[in-house]
Design a protein. Sequence first.
Length: 575
Amino acid sequence: MEHSEAEVDMIHQKVRAILRGLDGQHPALQSDHGMLRWTLHKSLDRNPASGSVIVGILIKELEKAERSDTLHYIIPLLHTLMYTITKAAYISDELYERVYVFCKKILTLPKPYCTIALDYANRLKAEKKVPGFSYQKLVTTEQNLRRDTQQQQQQDKVLLFLDPNIISEAVCNTLLRETQASQISQTPVKCMSYVITNSFQAALGQDCNVRLLQQVLQDLPPEEVELWFQEVLSAVEHSARENGIGRQKHSQRLREIYGKMVGTSEEEAPVSKLQVIPCPSPDIRVHLWTNEDQLWKELVLITKETQNTDIEAESFRIPELPMDGEGTEQNRISVWSNDSGIERDLPGVEEKESAKLQRKPCIKKKGPDLDSAVLLQNLTKAPKGSRVGTLQRLSGQSTEVPAEPEKLPTARIIILGDDRALGKLAKAYYSYRKREARRPHRTLKAHLQFYCIPVRGESTDTSPDKDDPPIMNEVCEISTYLGRVDPWYEGNINTLRDMIPKLSLMPPWPTSDATSDPFILDVTSYYLRFGIQPVYFQIYSIKIFFRDTSLEPGEDVFLTELKVELQDCPISKGK
């Protein structure tokens, strides 16, 4: 496939600018690294045929970085390359093989290079055999395009929390506008059409008339589009599972389905060219974080939706019981009971007044029903005699924790803001786990993943003597640490903390399509898809006791440090 020298040279310049930003030679390029990556991928949207050029240039730079031991290039460039392969209209077998060989070569490097390379090598192996498989899996998972009830447990839910006390009104409005516009434009039928079109074009290349196929899908009723989607999806998944099948046999299968869809109308169609197939952004639910229990309630709703349970957020609250006959003591609530509940089975019943005996509200559970609490009990390991609900810290990794089930929903929680927002998240998560520890039978079965996008928040310090960089470094210490751990995060996410507020103040694009260039939403989607290097934090809890015994002890939760203002109050040892 021929490409102009000007186009190839322009892509070369963009890749070199990204490398200079990774080297830190030019502070301006380093701070604009996320924008450089975005413009590189936008060039792929403008010219779908440039996918092979971008992949060829990136793999050449990766091979050079591996030979010269410039390892800080590898992870950022590898993520950029895999995102290009996912969005590209067509990639040749030679390029697939070249990238696959490189991923196998860097398996000898230490973590995280080898783990990321292993993941991508497995993806490339499937992608080479079934072109378009990564795109199909990505869209069906993010958009929850399920085929049966069993796949409902594997869907992902994305929650984005914005604290209006920290995030500016302009950023909140921009994110609400971009996510709502994408949800309106990305209907399930459209997303199914995207998967169908991309599967045919990735397998058949220029033999697929995309414009004709899009017109056929547009004229079909939604029910028939879904039927074709199920047929294409079954063919793709069958080819991915079948051993010994190659790209040629898979292409033949899709060619037969393609012929049935377009019929004889293709004879009158002009010569086809590679077309842009949009990659819809994930279904993101934006929430203004005004209530401390909002995170927990949203997780309850996710569990209810994905597992078809009848859990209600308010049902977790234990009702207050009336006082006893004398009005001096409140009846005790039995959270866990193994007794029969029959009065005559109680010890010393003849010595007690019958008026005092009554059935306590309790929940009696049998052995098989306790499986939902096994994982949490192993994690907490509360010693005998300890208070119910206290979380005990374990060092290291417990070998007694059973393997988690494969079919669990994943809740991806995105937090925009500085360290104040992350501190609020730590308190909400601690409260959430503490609530579960009190009621193990109510443990929510879901994988939780947290994502942090640092954004300059509303500063409470109005002093004009302080410059912006010190203030930003002080309130974004956690994201700065994440940037040191993961160079990809530093270049693509951490450097955008000043750019996002500036972009939110710009007027919307003067086009009818509100999502023509949704930079903030695109960066968030890119983070969700390629932020695969986990970093773990310890949550600390501290109790503050007062000299005045009439005052109740205070409790606070933090991730790295705690700043409090006390007036002549000694602090005891924290837990």
